[in-house]
Design a protein around this ligand. Structure first.
Ligand code: NAD
Ligand code: IPM
Ligand code: MN
Length: 349
């Protein structure tokens, strides 16, 4: 069987708890996937930072480049100043490994409770293609006159024609391959006129090559409303890094909660490994209690399997998740490991 080098970064808080269940399911599907996973676990996150001051050292980054794919839990801890790990580890990995597509499906599985009234699985089925290497995330900006009444903090949004074009093209490809063939650009071009106009112009240009895809536009503020009032509007959404971050938490909430939302930080060129992770964070409020839902991580494992070409195995994991979800309402509270065990059992059975 084909061998895949898998880097595992469990990270902080509930990260290690949910990753353990993701790996459990991967082990259960392993034989059927025709793949063997050679795992390397990386001790990165709050503990490493406290011990050594390191977040993502150059040598580790170089090792990661040599892997085929990465599974990440979550990073961030109340004992570490906000941003140190988020920027120094997570965003550094996304930028350095050129994860320009942050793929975030928003899909309501049958039997899952949504807070929206009169809405079923047919109504919530979209993919958010979030730009992953630009926008306000680049760290361009700074602080002047710090601590004075006239302090100035700037945080620039960087948008390049190259960067916008490649993510928009990816989104059109995705849209063209789906039954509804609809692409919605979400931005704020009435205020962020420079970046908004660049996105609009590139969507129009690239769209000319995809006449079969219908194109729509929605301001991000209205998009947050429509996610809740009319989620049927959306099929494939393309948006910038920050808007994509925000709307995918809303997406998670309408599709059954943050414990179910999966994502992939994808480098479509294959020049570096892609990285799969739940949309949620390290959840310090429930860490260490076995309360975290590992489903988001398990669905991220399915996305990882798809990415490495094991589509059958990916479908198998998705089906196991879907079956588990459809029966959840009738079951009482289960621990992180109980959910992982139940899904792993379905996968191997
Ligand atoms: P969070 O996603 O960690 O938690 C928000 C709420 O959702 C909490 O009440 C939490 O208990 C709950 N929750 C999250 N995941 C859950 C799961 N699997 N099962 C059940 N409940 C779950 O977001 P936050 O509180 O804003 O951030 C906490 C830390 O995580 C911060 O340091 C933040 O920077 C970091 N963070 C990291 C990532 C990442 O690594 N990709 C993503 C988001 C936030
Ligand atoms: C996410 C997170 C990250 C982001 C943070 C922790 C840097 O919120 O993956 O959604 O903003 O991308
Ligand atoms: Mn987020």
């Amino acid at each position: 069987s084909r061998s895949i080098r898998l880097a595992v970064i469990p990270g902080d808080g509930i990260g290690p708890e949910v990753v353990a269940e993701g790996l459990k399911v991967l082990a259960a599907v392993g034989p059927a996937s025709g793949l063997t996973f050679e795992q390397t676990h990386y001790d990165l996150g709050a503990a490493r930072w406290h011990r050594t001051g390191e977040t993502l050292p150059d040598a580790v980054l170089e090792e990661l480049r040599g892997q085929d794919v990465i599974l990440l839990g979550a990073v961030g801890d109340p004992s570490v100043p906000s941003g140190v790990l988020e920027r120094g580890l997570l965003l550094r990995a996304r930028f350095e490994l050129d994860h320009y597509v942050n793929l975030r499906p928003v899909k309501l599985f049958p039997g899952v409770r949504t807070p929206l009234a009169d809405v079923g699985p047919d109504d919530i089925d979209m993919i958010v293609v979030r730009e992953g290497t630009e926008g306000p995330y680049t760290g361009v900006g700074g602080v002047l006159r710090k601590g004075t009444p006239h302090e100035i903090a700037t945080q620039e949004s960087v948008n390049t024609a190259f960067g916008v074009e490649r993510v928009v093209r990816y989104a059109f490809e995705k849209a063209a391959a789906r039954p509804r063939r609809k692409l919605t650009l979400v931005h704020k071009d009435n205020v962020l006129t420079f970046a908004g106009e660049l996105y609009q112009r590139i969507v129009k240009q690239v769209g000319a090559e995809y006449p079969q895809v219908s194109v729509d536009y929605c301001h991000v503020d209205a998009a947050t409303m429509f996610f809740v009032s009319q989620p049927q509007r959306f099929d494939v959404v393309v948006t910038d890094n920050l808007f994509g971050d925000i709307i995918t938490d809303i997406g998670a909430a309408i599709a059954g909660g943050i414990g179910l939302a999966a994502s992939g930080n994808v480098n479509p060129s294959g020049s570096a490994p892609s990285m799969f992770e739940p949309v949620h964070g390290s959840a310090p409020d429930i860490a260490g209690q076995g309360k975290a839902d590992p489903t988001a991580t398990i669905v991220s494992v399915a996305m990882l399997l798809d990415h490495v070409g094991a589509a059958d195995a990916a479908r198998r994991v998705e089906r196991a998740v879907s079956d588990d979800l459809s029966e959840r309402a009738g079951l009482g509270a289960r621990s992180t490991a109980q959910i992982g065990d139940a899904i792993a059992k379905r996968v191997s059975g």
